[in-house]
Design a protein around this ligand. Sequence first.
Ligand code: SAH
Ligand code: SF4
Ligand code: F3S
Length: 438
Amino acid sequence: MDNKKKAFIHTFGCQMNEYDSMRYAEVLQRHGYDMVDEPKKADMILLNSCSIREKAEQKLLSALGRYVVYHKNKPEMKIVLAGCTAQLRGVEIMKRFAEIDMVMGTDNSWRLEEWLQNPLSGARYLNRTSVEEYSFCSAAPGGGGVGVSANVTIMKGCDNRCAYCVVPAARGPRIDRPRGSIIQEVDKMVSAGAREIVLLGQNVNAYRRGPEGFAGLLKSVAERPGVSRVRFTTSHPRDLDIQTVKAVGETPEICPHFHLPVQSGSTRVLRRMGRGYTREDYLTRVGWIRENVPGAAVSTDIIVGFPGETEDDFNETMSLLEKVRYTFIYSFCYSDRPDTRAEKMTDGVEPEAASSRLAMLQRRQEEISTENLRSWVDKVGEVLVEGPSRQGNGQMMGRLPTFEIVNFGSEGSEELTGEVVRVEITAAGHHTLEGRHL
Ligand code: SAH
Ligand code: SF4
Ligand code: F3S
């Protein structure tokens, strides 16, 4: 019988959390744990939490409710709460769920290692680290944990104060990771099998270390041996500079895709959100992209029903869809978050009005996204092959530089994983493309 201890990680929220969860998995493996997909079988459950919207926290609490039941049948099971909700509400949640052994805030991920050596129950690591003391957890990929596309964090936290957002409270001030440490990690990811590097941060355009800021970093990552593609997310429209746009246009390895969250098409709402740009500023940035990176994809995040949003404001968001023609959007109803400026605004939009605006927005975007996919039919695109398609029909799956997913079949295609291949697009579905390997 296999006596190795087993760990299960449940990750909520954004790619930052996904990145951190990979690091947690590496630490756990070093301490003799095997990772499993079934929480019931685990000797340790780590929840990496998110507080961005109320729903994310609700999902965390209901997952905790389920895991506590497993714990009853297996009292030696350890439960660790990490991530943004741990930072914001860890003490309160630990009181409510006595089964939690340890809470670890966002500046304390390095503590997991220490705690595993001495796993005292009731441990709380929630202090903020000063900018000088903060150190990034380096990846130690290996053991098959790295796919063709690998995330690399280039900063932690956020210095902005968008009125609706908990990230600055949950993750603290922005700290840029030293360039040498980023490059070292890129090289490690490539040695472990990655071909695409995704540079991650809440506002990557604000990266300031080394020559030429973020544009310089992008170019140096693109030059590393073995890197076929570079992506980056998230761009903040205020901080996106022309140098970055030009770097994307001039460097074949950097994918022509900008995820540029607008949040609202109305300058009045943007001002109340504290985003630091107007509708016109945003459209100027999109103009730079159109001019310097022909054929680039632009995608975005949108919040509807922000306090005080009128029908006219919302119509400005709708008209932005026509002007920019995003390839996809992530859209949300505004969710009130504790201790944010927006929470104190008294002119909230009725939830029914917000939901119907969201439905209208998503309906129109669905059409635009489908039109974009259809425009690919009969064209040839370069696909970085990520592995077998999820449909499980023997096809392979990869992405175009502009991020659309392509499923395609070909002889011996398993061996193509990690390669960039030419594919003729034969059909467009709702969210993906079908193709034929040339
Ligand atoms: N740093 C990124 C956003 C990270 S959060 C940026 O500035 O663009 C991801 C998305 O969640 C945001 O872009 C926003 O659209 C959404 N979001 C954040 N707080 C929210 C809230 N209180 N209610 C609804 N959506 C929210
Ligand atoms: Fe939140 Fe704004 Fe920072 Fe994005 S830029 S993480 S929305 S505060
Ligand atoms: Fe959520 Fe924290 Fe990311 S609040 S979206 S996990 S930074």
